[in-house]
Structure formats: C-alpha cells, structure tokens
Ligand binder design. Structure first.
Ligand SMILES: C[S@@+](CC[C@H](N)C(=O)[O-])C[C@H]1O[C@@H](n2cnc3c(N)ncnc32)[C@H](O)[C@@H]1O
Length: 216
C-alpha cells in the first residue's frame, strides 16, 4: 500500500523512516480517536460489513458467534478470518496484534485451551478496557490484554507460536518496524496469520493529504 500524509507524493511505507515522527504521531492520534468511538459499536464507521453480520460473512462459525454476546460482536471490525488460515494447536502461545474488543482473542483462547496462552495488544485504551471486560465476562482464563502500540512489543524474543492480526497492519505508520517486531517475538518456525486491506490504486491528492484518510 502506498499513500502519503501531508503530501501528494506516494511513499513506500515498508521503507524505514517513510514518515517523520510528527507524521506518525498525527496518524496514531487519528487512529486512537476513531477506535475509541468504535469500541462501543463498529456500526456506521466502515465501508465493509462489521459486527455479527460481518463475522458471519467472513466464515466464522455460527457456533462461535452463538457463544459471544452482542456487546463484543457489535465492536468486531475485522476484515478476514486469520484463524482459518492454519489450525492453531492446543497449548499454543498466541499474540493478537490490534485485538480490538477481543473477538479473535476469545476465538484463539478457545483453540489454545487452558494449556495455551493468548495475549492481545491494542493502542486504544477504550478497546483494551472492552477486551478485558469481554473476556472476563466470557470466563476465559488464559489471556492478557495490554495497551501498547504494536511497533514496540513488550515481549521477549521467540515468545509466540503464532501471531494473528485482523485489519490492523494497514493502520500502522511504521510497517517496517511492526514486521521486525513480529519476527522478533515469533519462535523459530512460528508464523504470522493476518488479514488486511490494501489500496489498489493511489488515492486522489485531496484524500492522500489528509490524516483522516488513514483510518477510513
Ligand atoms: C479494524 S480494527 C480491528 C480490531 C480487531 N482486530 C477486530 O477484528 O475486531 C483495528 C484495531 O487496531 C488497533 N490499532 C491500530 N493501529 C495499531 C497499532 N499501531 N498498534 C496497536 N493497535 C493498533 C485499533 O485501535 C483497533 O482496535
């Protein structure tokens, strides 16, 4: 994906230093503002199906959806089903990058079972509070949720069997660092399973120049 903030010139976001510190801060602030609102309900914020309807269309099982209360389903705004890419074994240690209100985190916690462990990170305080409350209400007991940006993960090298992410990597203004962090925390032979969105053509200049476009 290539676009620009405050400039009409496309930049390669996978290059380290693609954006200045000030530009990255502006992008993060816009993302934090949007997802504080989305944490109550994703309805009306996205151009793709969200909530229970979105999850059904993405192939999550009815059995899973029946186990999840509407308060959690309503805030689901994933763009795919990263857990379906490859089976997650019981006992795995899993990290969900940008866990939102905890939908994939809960689904992963059922797959890993009591012998596994799942961690969620999100930069939105409101999302983290939602995820903690949602997983507590669902009586999951193998999880931890941290308020932090994914580009600075507070985990040791080689901690996780699987890193999952759903609709988040596109929102990072420092993708080179994010991928380096994911690689660092994965065990040798571990894997990243993610779903995301990409731009198929360049944005018109008036959209490319606005920080608001980043989180649309
Ligand atoms: C489209 S939502 C997806 C949420 C969740 N994965 C789901 O499927 O419902 C994107 C989430 O990523 C979080 N996020 C965005 N950029 C982030 C970053 N750099 N580090 C951590 N979380 C981030 C947002 O706060 C938001 O909760």
């Amino acid at each position: 994906m290539q676009t620009a903030i405050g400039s009409t010139k496309p930049r390669n976001q996978l290059q380290p230093g693609a954006f200045s510190a000030e530009e990255m801060q502006r992008i993060r602030s816009a993302v934090i503002k949007k997802y504080a609102a989305v944490s109550s309900s994703a309805a009306g914020f996205f151009k793709y199906p969200v909530g229970k309807e979105g999850a059904l269309q993405l192939g999550y099982s009815q059995e899973l959806l029946d186990a999840i209360p509407d308060t959690l389903l309503n805030a689901f705004c994933g763009v795919g089903n990263p857990l379906n890419i490859e089976d997650i074994a019981a006992g795995s240690c899993v990290l969900d990058i940008g866990c939102g209100a905890g939908f994939d985190l809960f689904a992963a916690s059922r797959l890993t079972g009591g012998t596994g462990r799942v961690f969620g990170v999100d930069l939105s305080r409101e999302m983290v509070a939602r995820a903690r409350a949602n997983l507590a209400a669902l009586q999951a007991n193998n999880y931890e949720v941290l308020e932090i940006t994914s580009e600075t993960l507070p985990f040791s090298n080689h901690t996780f069997d699987v890193v999952v992410s759903n609709g988040v990597i596109n929102l990072s203004p420092d993708k080179a660092r994010l991928f380096a962090e994911i690689h660092r925390v994965l065990k040798p032979g571990g894997r990243l399973q993610f779903a995301d969105i990409i731009l198929e053509k360049e944005l018109p200049p008036h959209l490319a120049a606005g920080v608001e476009s980043w989180s649309q």
